[in-house]
Design a binder for this molecule. Structure first.
Ligand SMILES: [Zn+2]
Length: 284
């Protein structure tokens, strides 16, 4: 479904703070976000550059330290079969452009309207700053990939509040809008064609760790969330990434969530989207 070309070609614009400090020309996956966070939050940089104090040697008779406990597997909690008619996804997807524009203004969201009309997009906007304390790394203004529909901006407001409550301080977005994008192998439009979808590469946690798709722990075709979920990985990050994605699903923020369990094209990112006039809910 997504073409790799724009993903690789896209340069990143880091929206570092509400003040909207911008750094252009950084390649994707550059460590600028972690560096900008600094030792106060990240905790992994020694401020004076001195090596850590050496640990005393354990006696051969000492018991092996217990393995760190994994987080609770909340991803196994039941998933809804459909969206509630009052869920954020259904509510926002139904908004007309004028109503959406008024709501974005009322909430004072860090977004700006795109001046020129974008094919297939009802009301195009761009992110201009951090949202609810979550730093958003998005494609630069020199590409169309950073255009998002007004309704998706409202979803992101709720979404970033939820992320912040779970210790997420940053998110790297590969793209929202891909003009003319189709569903894989079909003639139907992808929601990317309407700037109503988001491809997320990673989430940054307050403790400096990054959650992405590596070590997902479920193969293509296996169930990612709910009581039947498959989890082959055993790292804390794998469980936390899965817990987060499944919680996003249960929050009713999106109609569709596609994970590395969906197909090979989604091995590199999480795809979430909203769609008007339906309560159909899909997590794969
Ligand atoms: Zn996508």
């Amino acid at each position: 479904m997504p073409s790799r070309a724009p993903r690789i070609a896209a340069l990143l614009l880091v929206l570092a703070a509400p003040a909207c400090a911008r750094e252009r020309g950084e390649a994707r996956f550059a460590p600028q976000v972690a560096d900008a966070r600094g030792p106060a939050q990240g905790g992994y940089v020694l401020s004076d550059g001195s090596p850590p104090a050496s640990q005393p040697l354990a006696s051969p008779d000492a018991p092996a330290p217990a393995a760190a406990a994994l987080p609770d597997a909340t991803f196994r909690e039941p998933m809804p079969s459909a969206l509630d008619a009052r869920s954020p996804a259904v509510t926002y997807a139904a908004l007309e452009p004028s109503a959406c524009k008024a709501e974005v203004k009322r909430r004072e969201l860090p977004v700006a309207a795109v001046k020129s009309a974008q094919r297939g997009v009802a009301l195009g906007m761009r992110i201009t700053g951090a949202m609810n304390g979550v730093r958003l790394t998005v494609p630069p203004d020199s590409t169309k990939f950073g255009v998002l529909d007004c309704r998706l901006a409202l979803v992101l407001d709720d979404f970033t509040k939820m992320l912040a409550s779970r210790g997420v301080v940053g998110m790297t977005v590969d793209n929202f809008y891909r003009p003319g994008a189709k569903l894989a192998g079909k003639k139907k439009d992808s929601q990317h064609a309407h700037a109503l979808a988001i491809d997320i590469v990673s989430f940054d946690l307050a403790d400096g760790r990054r959650l992405g798709t590596s070590g997902w722990g479920a193969a293509i075709g296996e169930v990612p969330c709910g009581p039947e979920a498959v989890m082959a990985a055993s790292s804390a990050e794998s469980v936390e990434a899965r817990n987060l994605v499944c919680a996003i699903g249960r929050a009713g923020l999106f109609h569709t969530l596609l994970t590395p369990s969906f197909d090979a094209a989604h091995g590199s990112h999480f795809h979430f989207d909203i769609k008007a006039e339906t309560t159909r809910f899909t997590v794969r």
